[in-house]
Design a protein around this ligand. Structure first.
Ligand code: GUN
Length: 296
């Protein structure tokens, strides 16, 4: 059996169609939703992500502000920019792209973002709300994975979701979301990571396997149950002399082998990737609706 592909482009287009209607309603009520993105330094991948976020704002007819600061920016200079964005009524949500240069304390930066504008859902206040099951914002990548499951008709209630990886951005919030009560969740969740003994014994039990461990093709076919749904959050650039760029992107899953065993799978690229920006846009629209007093 070859697995059905779950494509972030298709799922995100459905969500964008819904967001466009909400944006039109906001504009009609006099509010133009605005997102700002702050980028410090020269990381090439970050520059690509930040450009894509700006382009998506424009495509949706939202206000977009991109602030690019040099690698040598001090923490105080960055905190001053954050304070300005916190106070800017035209900006409903903003984020500081990670990773930051080593001389800047990422926690201090995350804590400085006003919780009502924290569209990344990285501030401890918003992380706490999500964990308590009273979320305001949802963390973009895990929420995007949940939308892919829901909109592909994957049953999650009572199913065993195994999350591979425990990062603050993906693994931990992914587990929290899937164990919540309600549609698209209500799962039994196991989290495994780099220190787990006999990790494959857990992954083989997964009805739904979400992989975010940051190691190219880490999950092999023997680690996957027949018929499992496999969601690959990894994006790893590996050398490939046959490729025009000399390198290409692969996920954390050995796609070619695992697709013969899974019932559904996300490719890399084209799988989870587009969902992160989509859910960021959803969070920004939500922030603008709250600021405008429009309920959703
Ligand atoms: N770097 C990689 N992913 C993300 C993300 O979702 N938000 C931010 N701010 N930085 C990132």
């Amino acid at each position: 059996m070859t697995a059905k592909l779950i494509l972030g482009k298709d799922v995100s287009e459905e969500i964008y169609a819904e967001l466009r209607q909400r944006i039109e309603a906001l504009k009609a009520a006099g509010t133009l939703p605005g997102l700002a993105v702050v980028l410090v330094g020269d990381d090439p991948a970050s520059h690509v992500y930040v450009r894509k976020k700006g382009e998506m704002c424009e495509a949706l007819g939202m206000r977009s502000k991109t602030i690019i600061m040099p690698e040598a920016t001090t923490q105080d200079e960055l905190l001053a920019v954050i304070a300005d964005l916190n106070a800017d009524p035209e900006i409903h949500g903003f984020l500081v792209q990670l990773p930051l240069p080593h001389h800047i304390d990422a926690d201090a930066v995350i804590n400085a973002v006003a919780p009502e504008k924290d569209v990344d859902c990285f501030h401890p206040y918003n992380v706490g709300r999500m964990l308590a099951g009273i979320p305001d914002f949802m963390p973009a990548t895990p929420a995007g994975v949940q939308q892919m499951l829901i909109r592909s008709g994957v049953e999650t209630v009572g199913k065993h979701v195994v999350v591979v990886g425990r990062s603050n951005i993906v693994g931990k919030p992914m587990a929290a979301i899937m164990m919540q009560r309600g549609a698209g969740a209500d799962a039994t969740v196991t989290v495994v990571h780099s220190k787990t003994e006999d990790l494959a014994a857990y992954t083989r039990q997964a009805d739904i396997l979400v992989v975010a461990i940051g190691r190219p093709r880490f999950v092999t076919a023997d680690m996957v149950k027949d018929g499992a749904v496999v969601i690959d959050v990894g994006t790893n650039r590996i050398e490939d002399p046959t490729h025009p760029k000399g390198s290409r992107l692969v996920g954390d899953v050995d796609f070619d082998a695992v697709k013969e065993k899974a019932s559904m799978i996300t490719p890399v690229p084209g799988g989870v990737g587009p969902m992160t920006i989509c859910m960021l846009m959803a969070n920004t629209v939500h922030a603008a609706e709250k600021a405008a007093g429009v309920s959703q």
